[in-house]
Design a binder for this molecule. Structure first.
Ligand code: DX5
Ligand code: ZN
Length: 216
């Protein structure tokens, strides 16, 4: 069964508590929190205070996606704020292996994210050490963008690398995931779906979460 990690990026910020309540009561598995620094991506989103607040209200693990340069500077802070899974970008961390070690030393699961232009093959030598690969299926920075179809080819290649090198690694896909494409993504080997707009832009977030969790 695949996992679902609703992204609160496009939730109504005056009602974040309600969004967390929806997620708590739903079949969602994790809560996806997008952290943007205005440098790695052309947008600024959430910081530590929001993560701490969400942690207090959430009964689900916090899946924190860092779109920040030099993420190694803040690994301990994110753990203290409540992150359970911490994903950093391949493009943002010069000493990725060391950063992964630090994430594990803090007791978190470690993910590596790839921008749409980054080939999955760059992960060959880090796959033995990580828990998850996040494949960006839009350019990071904003919710509500259109899914990039080329992602399927990357998923195919990534799946075969993972089976060969470290079958325990989860594949997460992030960006433009909705009711029209989630089945095809699961069939392509995706283990964790992130969905922002599809959930929080819907008339009934709980109902949409239920549909996105349907057996494929
Ligand atoms: C984009 C973020 C995504 C975003 C996805 O940079 O990493 O997590 O919230 O939003 P949707 O599902 O609306 O594309
Ligand atoms: Zn994300």
């Amino acid at each position: 069964m695949h996992l679902l990690s609703p992204s609160i990026l496009t939730a109504d910020l005056l009602r974040v508590g309600q969004a967390i309540e929806f997620i708590n009561q739903s079949q969602a598995d994790w809560i996806h929190i997008d952290v943007m620094d205005g440098l790695f991506v052309p947008n600024i989103s959430f910081g530590f205070p929001l993560i701490e607040a969400v942690k207090k209200a959430s009964v689900k693990p916090l899946d924190v996606h860092l779109m920040i340069v030099e993420p190694e500077r803040y690994i301990e802070r994110f753990r203290k704020s409540g992150a359970d899974i911490l994903t950093i970008h391949y493009e943002a961390s010069r000493h990725l292996h060391r950063s992964i070690q630090s994430i594990h030393a803090e007791g978190m699961k470690a993910g590596v994210a790839l921008n749409p232009h980054t080939p999955v093959e760059v992960l060959t030598d880090i796959l033995p050490f990580i828990d998850m690969v996040l494949v960006m299926s839009v350019n990071p920075g904003f919710g509500g963008q259109k899914f990039i179809g080329h992602t399927y080819r990357k998923l195919l290649r990534l799946k075969s690398m993972i089976s060969e090198i470290n079958p325990d690694v989860l594949i997460q896909v992030d960006g433009g995931v909705d009711l029209s494409n989630f089945r095809q993504l699961i069939e392509a080997g995706v283990d964790v779906l992130v969905a922002g707009n599809a959930v929080f832009g819907a008339a009934s977030p709980i109902d949409t979460i239920c549909k996105l969790k349907a057996e494929v």
